[in-house]
Ligand binder design. Structure first.
Ligand SMILES: NC(=O)C1=CN([C@@H]2O[C@H](COP(=O)(O)OP(=O)(O)OC[C@H]3O[C@@H](n4cnc5c(N)ncnc54)[C@H](O)[C@@H]3O)[C@@H](O)[C@H]2O)C=CC1
Ligand SMILES: O=C(O)C(=O)COP(=O)(O)O
Length: 542
């Protein structure tokens, strides 16, 4: 896809576009016609800030924090930031988007190296490598230490993305059984990799001997392995974190090692990098530490350099089809005509991601006449459906490619008639293992003015503004259910912003949806489920 907003061809011809690489990598050949590329390795931050106003693009690794301070120092010229690697948690994406700066990453290049490092940490912890190394250097010849074999044990992987999948493959070569938890990938990927699927994180933790995490650092994954989760692991387990500091809580990990509950652990990443000299990891027993070296191989850095430089130069010429993390992509006219519907599509996708993640089919039905080609609404629905589960923030540019990568099949149907509304968009997802019962979830909506409205939830008709939190509850259509539920919410001081009722037939199953200003705690949701008038209750965040 070509987005002709980044630079005009005339501009390219007359003045070289300037690119600064401020972190260490192998940038390959720096001579490209029309560009001036300065490679500075480990440029001190104050130098980066000072020089940045003279550049059109900046290329970093995880060392450089691209925050508001850096963006303010950059001024107006900077238009593209390239992250030579996968994780973009060092980049303030929102601030970049607001300033119209395109962020790209290079997610294909270092995953083998990162996966191999995770396997190394597993082996090192299993055999007490760091302990034995330290003792031998200190003059102690300790041959009493007994390690554990990997063969016939079970490895648990959290996050079966690019790196998690390679770890699974290598682990199988070591004759480990592999189980993974990743609610966002479809069943067929598990089947293809020969990996057993755990239905929940807890289910994974209780059945493995070794655990390794390979998710991005997100609101959901930060601290996802804490004291409670570590306690669910079998005594004598091993934990590896070569993804991001804090996915496994640091203090909890140290405690579990000190108490002897864990046999050992390996970490490549810290919450603060570099760690302070008094960091508790440094004194923890049988903990192997590397200095965020997952991507540090000759091969990976050669590939990373070529991939990110190529992508950044292409983007400066207007081609943002590869590696875009935050790109806004539609022209102003389409946005004007479809604006409300794009917002609707994304919200429908986001609701479905919570009702049925990891689907293998997504079908969009358009009813009625749309002011412009409605195809971008499908992309918007994908953005919503895929968001929150990957570092490559799904956006209007990359969502279709990401869906394809994940094995999510798309179907679009158009119906001229829209009996109830001028236009209606209905999105249906289907998921489930091959040969097993397939589950589907459907949501639909329309646009009033420019504001999205939900019109359909599963088989029920509703009319509701999709905002904040939506509590979806079902019951046998009996009097008193709504009153009991709203009383309970009232006692917690939770305000109901909107309500819609629907039922399949009189006296049959009824569905009511409430929009709430605030979320609910797991205990509050359970209390609602425990009401005798409620059959099921579910909370989604829009
Ligand atoms: N130590 C190092 O030097 C390196 C570390 N990394 C880290 O590894 C991470 C993973 O990289 P890739 O595999 O390339 O990314 P990816 O996007 O291909 O895979 C991430 C997987 O995590 C899953 N996931 C997201 N949230 C989850 C949750 N709450 N529970 C379970 N699964 C969840 C996603 O569905 C996805 O399948 C990166 O985000 C980066 O932070 C990456 C490269 C090198
Ligand atoms: O690609 C990633 O996410 C990594 O963690 C590698 O980071 P680095 O490029 O080594 O600073």
């Amino acid at each position: 896809m070509t987005v002709p907003v980044l630079t005009s061809p005339d501009q390219v011809a007359s003045t070289p576009l300037r690119v600064l690489i401020c972190d260490e990598m192998n940038p390959g050949d720096l001579h490209h016609e029309g560009f001036e590329i300065d490679y500075e390795g480990n440029l001190p931050r104050e130098e980066t800030l000072r020089r940045l106003p003279e550049y059109d693009a900046l290329i970093t690794r995880s060392r450089t924090k691209v925050d508001r301070e850096l963006l303010a120092a950059a001024g107006e010229r900077l238009r593209v930031i390239g992250r030579g690697g996968v994780g973009v948690d060092n980049i303030d994406l929102e601030a970049c988007s607001r300033r119209g700066i395109l962020v790209l990453n290079a997610p294909e290049s270092n995953n083998v190296s990162a996966a191999e490092l995770a396997i190394m940490h597993l082996l090192a912890a299993a055999r007490g490598l760091t302990r034995s190394d330290r003792k031998t250097r200190a003059g102690e010849w300790d041959r009493k230490f007994l390690g554990v074999e990997l063969k016939d044990k079970t490895l648990g992987i959290v996050g079966l993305g690019r790196i998690g999948s390679i770890v699974a493959d290598r682990a199988q070569g070591l004759r480990l059984k592999v189980v993974a938890f990743d609610p966002y990938v479809p069943e067929n990927k598990f089947e293809r990799l020969g990996v057993e699927r755990a239905a929940s994180l807890d289910e994974l933790l209780t059945q493995v001997d070794f655990l390794t995490v390979h998710t991005p650092l997100t609101g959901e994954t930060q601290g996802m392995i804490g004291t409670r989760e570590l306690a669910l692991l079998r005594p004598g387990s091993i934990v590896v974190n070569a993804a991001r500091g804090g996915i496994v809580e640091e203090a909890a990990l140290v405690e579990a090692l000190k108490s002897g509950h864990l046999f050992g652990a390996g970490v490549d990443v810290f919450v603060e990098e570099p760690p302070t000299p008094d960091h508790p990891f440094l004194g923890a027993p049988n903990l192997g530490i590397t200095a965020h070296l997952g991507a540090n191989t000759f091969e990976a850095q050669e590939r990373v350099g070529a991939e990110i430089v190529g992508r950044v130069l292409a983007a400066l010429h207007g081609d943002v089809s590869r590696g875009a993390v935050n790109a806004p992509a539609l022209d102003a006219r389409t946005l004007e005509l479809l604006g409300g519907h794009l917002d609707l599509g994304e919200k429908l996708g986001r609701i479905l991601a919570q009702l049925l993640p990891g689907a293998h089919d997504l079908e969009v039905t358009f009813r009625g006449e749309f002011a412009a080609d409605p195809a971008p609404i499908v992309t918007a629905a994908l953005v919503g459906y895929l968001s929150g589960s990957t570092d490559e923030r799904p956006n209007m540019i990359n969502a279709r490619a990401l869906a394809k990568e994940r094995g999510l099949n798309l179907a679009v149907r158009e119906e001229q008639d829209s009996p109830d509304y001028q236009t209606e968009v209905v999105v249906k997802v289907t998921g489930g293992a091959q040969g097993e019962k397939q589950r589907t979830r459907t949501v639909g909506g329309t646009v009033f003015g420019r504001s999205p409205r939900l019109t359909r939830l599963r088989d029920y008709r509703v009319e509701l503004a999709p905002e904040g939190f939506i509590l979806i509850a079902s019951n046998q259509d009996r009097p008193g259910a709504v009153a009991k539920l709203s009383n309970l919410l009232g006692t917690w001081g939770i305000n109901i912003a909107g309500m819609a009722l629907g039922r399949a037939q009189k006296g049959g199953q009824a569905l009511f949806t409430l929009t709430l200003d605030d979320g609910l705690t797991p205990e509050q949701l359970q209390a609602i489920r425990d009401l005798d008038v409620i059959d099921s209750a579910f909370l989604v965040r829009v």
